[in-house]
Design a binder for this molecule. Structure first.
Ligand code: 5AD
Ligand code: SF4
Length: 530
């Protein structure tokens, strides 16, 4: 390591990297360099860069085979590091992020940290971020503004940013410039490196940045802190679809599937631990197994194997219509512990827009798939994701989306106004729809969806549903809340002991976003006794 302060252009060794092309601080000086780390002095703060996000790298899809590592462990000198210390993690975005947070919590607790709800006592606060839309990013920058005050009061506090935003070149630059009090930035492929990075950030008092962009590995045995009766299980990582509006393929890397034996062992273990429901996770679960070179084993095969495990409920998210094959439909139709709810993002009902989104299916193909699914599962509940105001979307094209919504009759949907994401192809298309028009389209779409949700809920009146009781209702602790097999939110009155149990509920009243019913005691006493 060289100790003297040098200009960035002095970096000669090819084992050390010059990151100065990623930022534009003319006064940046190199303070030290060694293999895998370059430390700069920028505006009075030392910034250790192990690697910077690189969009071009993130986009590249090489032929390298996927390495699976089973040797994760907390380094010896970090095992007691968190003793007597507290952590807080704020999670934004999707279930993949929520699950990553469970992994990060697991690691911190293996280092001795305890969780806290009180920010003032926290020794480390991490923001696990989402990059999918601009408003998610705005929230994070707002939060950093608040955290600055805490950091001033307690300089030993470690503040970290991880998750999808840290994979963006522009975000890392903005943090270096505008939020230099942040101590740690690590990417979605660097989660297993947290103990080592935390050590550097704590002992050296430098901002530490480590974001790998091109990554194809799977780290198997990281700890996970799960709570409650439902558990998430990753079956694959990354996405190769490159829909033109979406940043995920850049922030989450190439598609790579966990080995079936590892997924099955994890689900079996969760069943043994008493979890009642698992959610299999992937950005595009229907592409599961496409990357296996040695075996022919796809998502339908995995679902068939998981259906044989003694866990009461299995769900999965999220699907891409293009890869949803007949074998999978056949397996799902057998039901059992596989729930009759499919989240099938359509994004738009217009062929022209679907083409420009590069969704790789047409409206007709999507409807054909829906037809096939409904033919074998007449009671299936379909939900979806829809974007309005994609560049160039005409009124007519939006009407096509409304017509498709009516034709499918979704039970509910996540709806979004298009948000340009820097570095994606759609961000170069002319975003020419006035904000007010986008809003009006969103309102109309939501009104239509709500009509169908209410009508579908009304059809349940008088029926008796199996409900997994999750807890008290958010707004009324006298009322219990649970989910039906089709993922409908059900409210009913009953004793707290029912939490975590399956009960039968007769539906008496319906709203747009939930249904109410009466607990049928006889059936429950049977279940409680079993
Ligand atoms: N703008 C708006 N919505 C988006 N989504 C993904 N990228 C964008 C974007 N740039 C939505 C899609 C996806 C869901 C997770 O988020 O509908 O299915
Ligand atoms: Fe994004 Fe499309 Fe991949 Fe979904 S399938 S994560 S929308 S690129």
């Amino acid at each position: 390591m060289t100790k003297e302060s040098r200009n960035t252009s002095d970096l000669k060794s090819d084992k050390v990297k010059d990151y100065s092309k990623y930022f534009d601080f003319s006064d940046a000086k190199v303070v030290s360099q060694e293999e895998g780390k370059t430390t700069y002095r920028i505006k009075g703060r030392n910034i250790q860069i192990n690697s910077q996000p690189d969009f071009k790298e993130g986009k590249r899809r090489g032929k390298e085979s996927i390495e699976v590592h089973y040797d994760f462990g907390i380094p010896q000198d970090m095992k007691e590091f968190g003793k007597g210390r507290f952590y807080q993690i704020v999670t934004y975005g999707c279930q993949m992020n929520e699950h990553d947070t469970e992994t990060i919590k697991g690691m911190l607790e293996q280092m001795g940290y305890q969780s806290t709800d009180d920010r003032k006592v926290a020794d480390i606060i991490l923001l696990n971020t989402c990059a999918v839309r601009e408003n998610a990013e705005d929230k994070v920058f707002g939060e950093l503004g608040h955290l600055k005050h805490l950091k001033i009061e307690k300089p030993s506090l470690i503040l970290g940013v991880c998750g999808c935003m840290s994979q963006e070149e522009g975000v890392v630059n903005r943090i270096m410039t505008k939020h230099p009090f942040v101590d740690l930035i690590f990417g979605t492929h660097n989660i297993h490196r947290l103990p080592v990075l935390l050590k550097d950030a704590s002992f050296n008092r430098e901002m530490v940045i480590e974001v790998w962009s091109k990554e194809g590995n799977i780290i198997e045995n990281m700890p996970k802190k799960r709570e409650g009766i439902k558990a998430w299980v990753n079956i694959m990582y990354g996405c190769d679809k490159f829909c033109t509006y979406c940043i995920v393929p850049y922030t989450r890397g190439k598609e790579r599937s966990r080995r079936p034996e590892d997924v099955i062992a994890e689900v079996r273990d969760l069943a043994r631990q008493g979890f009642k429901e698992i959610m299999l996770l992937g950005q595009n679960v229907n592409a599961y197994g496409k990357d296996f070179e040695d075996i022919e084993y796809r998502f339908g095969d995995l679902m068939a194997d998981v259906s044989k495990i003694d866990i009461p409920r299995v769900r999965f998210t999220t699907s891409h219509p293009r890869d949803f094959d007949d074998h999978l439909i056949e397996v799902l139709a057998k039901k059992g512990n596989l729930m009759e709810h499919i989240h099938l993002p359509v994004q738009s009902g217009s062929n022209e827009i679907l083409k420009r989104m590069s969704r790789k299916y047409t409206r007709e193909l999507y409807l054909e798939l829906v037809g096939k699914i409904k033919a074998v599962m007449p009671d299936v509940v379909l939900t979806t994701d829809i974007i309005v105001g994609f560049p160039g979307e005409t009124d007519e094209q939006f009407e096509d989306t409304l017509a498709l919504v009516r034709e499918v009759g979704y039970d509910s949907a996540y709806t979004f106004i298009y948000s340009p994401r820097e570095g994606t192809p759609a961000a170069d298309m002319k975003d020419d729809i006035p904000a007010e028009v986008k809003k009006q389209r969103l309102y109309r779409l939501n009104d239509t969806l709500n009509e169908y949700s209410k009508a579908s809920n009304d059809r349940l009146k008088g029926q008796t549903l199996e409900v997994l009781v999750e807890g008290e209702s958010k707004n009324n602790e006298q009322v219990l809340a649970g989910r039906s097999r089709t993922n409908k939110l059900v409210h009913f009155e009953g004793p707290k002991e029912l939490i975590g149990q399956f009960v039968q509920v007769r539906i008496t009243e319906t709203q747009t976003f939930y249904i109410k019913g009466e607990w049928i005691h006889e059936t429950v006493s049977l279940q409680l006794g079993s």
